[in-house]
Design a protein around this ligand. Sequence first.
Ligand SMILES: [Zn+2]
Length: 260
Amino acid sequence: MRGGLTPAWTVIFVPPTPRTSTKRVGVKMRTVRVLAMLVLAMLLPALALSWSWIDTQSTSAQQMAQRLVAQERLMAVLNDSLDTYRQATLAVRAATLPPPNMMMPLGGRITSWFSRARLHPILHVYRPHKGIDLAAAAGTRIVAPGTAVVASVTRRFGFGLTIELVHSGDVVTRYAHLRSAIVHAGDRVTMGQAIATVGSSGLSTAPHLHFEVLVKGTAVDPVAFLARTRTVPVASPRASPRASPRATPVLGSAPAGGTH
Ligand SMILES: [Zn+2]
């Protein structure tokens, strides 16, 4: 029976107490092999799994890092295009809007307001006054109320020497009764830049500026219009209107209200 002809392993169980006799169990080689095979069969998949997991982990870590770099690049590109898009959108919007924070072209006192029917001081007939009259001493500098291109510098009957500026948003500003023009047709001007001097050319009772604002060809109240440009959200924060020191006339020296 035990320890016969077939070579076998003998497992000796040693009891914890010295009096109890030890036990011997013979284990055949075949059984040991089968057991070893079983253990291996159980361990191998686990080993393989753990190896592949570690491999996957390191691979995925690398991939993750690469993916992160790629995503960062993508984000940068997206941000760039978003900025470009934003700027393009703002540029398109800016072109359809009048310049923001437009300023008065002259600091003089308003002697005649925008009106649908006004008794003309010289012609003595009722006709609309399509702008405002700003009284100022002859020679006082008139500034561009916002970024514009000089559309024309002409002499007109009634209006005298007249300048027209074209702004974004289909806005035209007109300056009449000028003494002299500082700019030429085609010039690009910025807000606060001197464009002309106050005069009394054309049909005028005293030196003053006749100032008109035309939106899509229709005259609107310049005071209300300029005020509205101050509520337009500004794309790029602009500094407060650059007031050229020469643009502000000495109010005390202004004549007693010239009009046309
Ligand atoms: Zn006028």
